[in-house]
Design a protein around this ligand. Structure first.
Ligand SMILES: Cc1ncc(COP(=O)(O)O)c(C=O)c1O
Length: 379
């Protein structure tokens, strides 16, 4: 074959092959919808759509972040050693069993990528965190949902959905509805799982929970070989912009995550701010006290106006249409007043809006906007 014949043969083959195709499952992903941040034509915006911190971030964390401005040319510590040791000391756990991530989102994705693939099932509850489905499809695995009761994960329903193809069970606890499962119920769920299933206790909102029967999951991780707990600095610690999460798990799972994660997956400013935030207990206490004051106020005001409210232990509240129909009209009304909340259609809850607990001013603005929604309106 001459050189030109060879080129022609390649060209023909290429046109038959077509352009590169993503792996199976990828095009089934509906991209994650982030909380909205814009309301056209409105002067003052109250962004309560992403469960961000109501009182901002710890001044110590901000200072630590700013102190690194002159070091942007340096790679971060790839092992996040100081941060892992700070976490280990803070919680009385081994730093060797912690991996830090670019938000807990990254760690959730890496867990799926490492433990599930084509033909495997990834199980979570109906109103669980949207990233589980995205991660499952991204790995070519099959997402499977279990029913909830009263917007709360139902242990028996989850166990009923376990098959020999189940590789991972995710539990958002607190749930994305604001409810939670007690430590006893979580233990019962775990006890019903086969040993080869990885149980991921996603405790993103743990810092806000006051309930005595709740646990973020430390004991379960310590008692089992198949449990990991994921946590984040995005919520109570107010470091969402820095993208910082972490995972506590058995040595074997930590080893796997360290193999697959990016070599410098957590930025230096995020590591420094995380260490400073952990050291500022006063800030965390203030964040909790603020939430303990304004969440019940928001719940009670919304209920008094006839809206349905799901009782929450987290830093947000589900506010539902009055009649159980879609909450779109209510959402449009809030947007027209600059109040941005999260429509819950993507969580199979089109009749609810999720409202983050904001500052006093923001929370009062939500309540005023709710109050100006006509009572005769079907929402
Ligand atoms: C239940 C749950 N898990 C995990 C996350 C991810 O948090 P991050 O990636 O910011 O750490 C969120 C964020 O909204 C969440 O609601």
């Amino acid at each position: 074959m001459t050189q030109s014949e060879s080129v022609n043969a390649d060209t023909t083959a290429d046109s038959e092959l077509g352009p590169p195709k993503p792996c199976s499952g990828i095009l089934d992903i509906a991209a994650y919808v982030t909380g909205s941040s814009q309301a056209p034509g409105v002067n003052r915006i109250y962004k309560l759509s992403s469960n961000e911190a109501a009182i901002g971030a710890s001044p110590a964390a901000i200072e630590a972040y700013q102190a690194l401005a002159g070091e942007l040319h340096r790679y971060p510590d790839g092992g996040a050693v100081e941060l892992r040791h700070a976490l280990g000391e803070h919680y009385g756990i081994s730093a060797d069993r912690i991996v830090c991530g670019d938000g807990s989102d990254e760690l959730l994705g890496l867990l799926v990528q490492s433990y599930a693939g084509a033909g495997d099932e990834v199980l979570y509850t109906r109103h669980g965190f949207a990233v589980y489905k995205i991660a499952a499809l991204g790995a070519g695995a099959t997402p499977v949902t279990a029913a909830e009761q009263n917007y709360t994960p139902d242990v028996d329903a989850v166990l009923d959905r376990v098959t020999e193809r189940t590789r991972i069970v995710f539990l958002s606890n607190p749930n994305c509805t604001g409810t939670y499962l007690s430590a006893d119920e979580v233990r019962r769920l775990h006890a019903g799982l086969p040993a080869n299933v990885l149980f991921v206790h996603d405790a993103a909102y743990a810092e806000f929970v006051d309930a005595e029967d709740y646990s973020a999951g430390f004991e379960l991780v310590e008692a089992a070989e198949n449990v990991v707990m994921t946590r984040t600095f995005s919520k109570a610690y107010g470091l969402a912009a820095l993208r910082l999460g972490w995972c506590y798990g058995p040595a074997a799972v930590i080893d796997v995550l360290n193999r697959v994660r990016g070599p410098f997956n957590v930025t230096a400013p995020a590591q420094a701010a995380g260490i400073a935030a952990l050291g500022d207990q006063d800030f965390l206490d203030r964040a909790r006290r603020h939430n303990d004051e304004w969440r019940p106020w928001l719940e009670n005001e919304a209920k008094a106006m006839g809206f349905r409210v799901v009782p929450s232990v987290a830093n947000f509240v589900l506010v539902g249409s009055r009649d159980g129909g879609p909450a779109d009209e209510l959402n449009r009304h809030l947007i027209s007043r600059g109040v941005l909340v999260r429509g819950m259609g993507g969580y199979d809850l089109a009749d609810f809006l999720r409202v983050s607990v904001g500052s006093e001013e923001e929370t009062r603005a939500v309540v005023e906007a709710l109050a100006s929604f006509p009572a005769s309106n079907p929402d």
